[in-house]
Design a protein around this ligand. Structure first.
Ligand code: ADP
Ligand code: MG
Length: 674
């Protein structure tokens, strides 16, 4: 292994400049280079022009019929034109901006040229010349190289590294595991991936490489968990369980079994010195807030400060208004900290937080800016954590003292996939909704049927219902033909003159937003037209109808979150998706929404439908980057790899039997799960 950890500058031709370029691609050592895998292959199959399709990439083999012509087009632009004789036909081949090729195109020489076929002109745009010696290599690996490195140089370096270092490559995976799953050795993986002779060989190598990557990743996670388990740097909080029980008695409901179980898990974590690192997962409306509030309360009974961070001001306000009075009954003080405070207010609040006058702080990202100092931070709770990035999570860790950390999310990630998102965390799942929770009846209508929606709304309003209407845009745009909140707001005001219609979007001032939310809360507003600012967390139990305009514009998880804003009270609730789906996938997604209320089922269906569903799309942060495996598409493999890694670490936590793996983990400095 040591040999492989040598710098790439041990290779011929790697000077400081190339070394820097390589390091930008993450290639520092020989090991990195050997395991720097191609993104795809170009299929270098020699074809007969008669069988070629227009614009197809292919290889033509023939004899140069006449001297090549070099034309200069000004600037650095050039053309090299040559005629290639194939059977009885001469095919013109044009190379752009590769003037040096002219030399190689000697009359009478037999050559294979890779390029793009133009069927109408019966000519080829040349991409590269394939030397006779390498013409048996039918697949050409294509690497992600960035701007400053050519494929050719990289391929040459990899070839050199393989020639010189392949004997030093060890198999990291235990051989029993390789046998059980028919995995190639590391040396075969490397050769097969970089220089495959056939598609089958490339495929077999990739399969083994994927498993290898997922296994090693899982192993790092499991090892990290073991080391965290031994970590004693946190604080053991001496919480008062009797007070916690009294606190819970204030609610006009009993906790569900799942809430009780997850709260117990959290409270246990608080009491041991190991810093808690726990994810609380529960579908929309499963009652995560109470659990978090009880945990925060417990931490304060042990003499600590605690903070709750949420992604929007609206949500911060809502939590503050609900929780502060509950805490106040126990002489606990709560501060609200958002970016909309005046400078003076903020100063005062920061000072009071610093001296510990406030026990509980609720707010947005503002909570973790540099100027915020805490007195004795015991527990940090992050609600709707998927809205925050890794960076923000790290920032709060730096607030010192190794506080316990509780993340909450409604994103229903199937258990196996959760490994990759939150692998280093412990998981608590609220898998039960409060009793009597009704199913939100969900319908899909085309926009031409909006009249029906309006009738339905009118009927519901007669029964004192409150309605959300969500639109995709704040303002009308000439580029996209969508109704904005503004337009819909005006339209609904005209259509429902007897009702109070409110408008809410992110561009309003914070106090304005707050006022509108409170008015809706108090039923001073009947119809609230909003953007997705209300997507997460908002809890208005009397609201029972959710209308989503242009529903095709939203991802499944977003639609599920939006739907979760209703069905929180006693009234039968409805979600109406107004949409003209532009394609099959969009149509299927709408149908799934009408078929199930269960977030986990939705996520599963979404996976089946799209391979990598949008539940796990860009909005998720903190997802590790894999070189070659795709944790969604390869989820079954991930499952197996993770189980195997878990067993291995369980039976041999120090990897005494696997010195190579031990060395690998040290190399990867297991804390750094990039
Ligand atoms: P989420 O998990 O989506 O954050 P909330 O914590 O906002 O859900 O809870 C949704 C609603 O359910 C709130 O109005 C809350 O008061 C209520 N609730 C929570 N737990 C229970 C329970 N055990 N029984 C009845 N209602 C509950
Ligand atoms: Mg919530």
């Amino acid at each position: 292994m040591q040999k492989l950890l040598q710098s790439v500058n041990y290779l011929n031709g790697v000077g400081p400049k190339l070394q820097r370029t390589l390091s930008e691609l993450g290639i520092i050592t020989i090991y990195d280079l050997l395991y720097y895998f191609p993104r795809r292959y170009e299929d270098l199959v020699v074809k007969d022009p008669q069988d070629a399709n227009d614009q197809e990439k292919l290889v033509l083999r023939g004899i140069i019929a006449a001297p090549a012509l070099l034309k200069r087009l000004g600037g650095k632009r050039t053309l090299v034109i040559v005629r290639l004789l194939i059977d009885n036909e001469t095919i013109p081949v044009t190379f752009f901006n590769q003037p040096w090729l002219k030399k190689q195109l000697e009359t009478g020489r037999e050559l294979a040229i890779y390029g793009r076929w133009d069927a109408t002109k019966r000519s080829l745009i040349g991409i590269k010349i394939i030397q006779a010696s390498s013409s048996t290599e039918r697949l050409d690996a294509i690497y992600p190289t960035g701007k400053h490195l050519s494929q050719k140089i990289l391929v040459k370096l990899i070839k050199q590294a393989i020639t010189q270092y392949l004997p030093f490559v060890h198999d990291l995976l235990p051989s029993s595991l390789r046998q059980e799953y028919h995995l190639l050795s590391d040396a075969d993986i490397i050769v097969g991936i970089h220089f495959p002779r056939t598609k089958q060989q490339a495929q077999a190598a990739r399969r083994s490489a994927k498993f290898r990557e997922l296994f090693l990743y899982s192993l790092r996670l499991c090892a990290l968990k073991v080391s965290q388990g031994q970590d004693k740097h946190g604080v053991a909080q001496a919480i008062n369980n009797d007070y916690v029980k009294q606190f819970l008695r204030q609610f006009d409901f009993e906790l569900t079994g799942a809430q009780r179980r997850t709260l117990k898990e959290i409270l246990q974590d608080l009491q041991v010195p190991r810093p808690m690192n726990r994810l609380l997962q529960g579908d929309v409306g499963s009652g995560k807030t109470v659990v978090a509030a009880a945990a925060m309360f417990a931490s304060v009974t042990a003499g600590f400060q605690t903070v709750l961070m949420v992604p929007t001001e609206i949500l911060a306000q809502q939590h503050y208004q609900k929780l502060a009075p509950l805490f106040a009954k126990f002489q606990m003080t709560t501060a609200l900290l958002t970016s909309s405070l005046t400078a003076k207010q903020k100063q005062e609040r920061l000072a009071a937080i610093k001296t510990g006058q406030f026990n509980i702080v609720i707010g947005t990202q503002a909570l973790f800016q540099k100027d915020v100092e805490y007195k004795r931070l015991g527990l940090v709770v992050i609600d709707e954590q998927h809205r925050f990035g890794v960076r923000q999570r790290q920032m709060l860790r730096q607030k010192g003292g190794e506080p316990d950390l509780l993340l909450m999310t409604a994103t229903p990630i199937p258990r196996t996939l959760a490994i990759t998102y939150y692998g280093e965390m412990d998981l608590s799942v609220i898998d039960e909704l409060p009793a009597g929770r009704q199913i939100v009846n969900t319908y899909w209508l085309r926009s031409s049927k909006f009249e029906q929606v309006r009738h339905f709304m009118a009927k519901q309003l007669q029964q004192q219902a409150q309605i959300f209407v969500v639109a995709a845009l704040v303002n009308d745009s000439d580029k996209i033909e969508l109704a904005s909140v503004q337009t819909i707001y005006q339209k609904l005001q005209q259509q429902f003159p007897q009702q109070k219609v409110g408008l809410l979007h992110g561009q309003l001032a914070a106090d304005k937003k707050d006022q509108i939310m409170q008015d809706f809360q108090k039923h001073k507003i009947d119809i609230l037209v909003a953007t997705t600012v209300i997507e997460v967390g908002v809890d208005v139990p009397n609201a029972s109808v959710m209308v989503v305009m242009n529903a095709e514009r939203f991802g499944l998880s977003q639609l599920h979150q939006l739907r979760g804003r209703v069905g929180r009270g006693l009234k039968q609730s409805y979600c109406i998706l107004v949409s003209d789906p532009p394609n099959q996938v969009a149509l299927q997604r709408l149908k799934i929404m009408t078929q199930t209320n269960d977030g986990f089922k939705l996520a599963q269906k979404d996976l089946e439908l799209r391979g990598s569903g949008d539940f796990f799309g860009k909005e998720q942060s903190g997802m590790p980057q894999f070189e070659i495996a795709d944790p969604v598409a390869d989820v079954k493999m991930l499952d197996i790899a993770y189980q195997k890694a878990r067993y291995l670490i369980r039976d041999d936590p120090q990897l005494a039997q696997h010195p190579d793996l031990q060395e690998y983990l040290q190399m990867k400095t297991i804390n750094n799960l990039d």
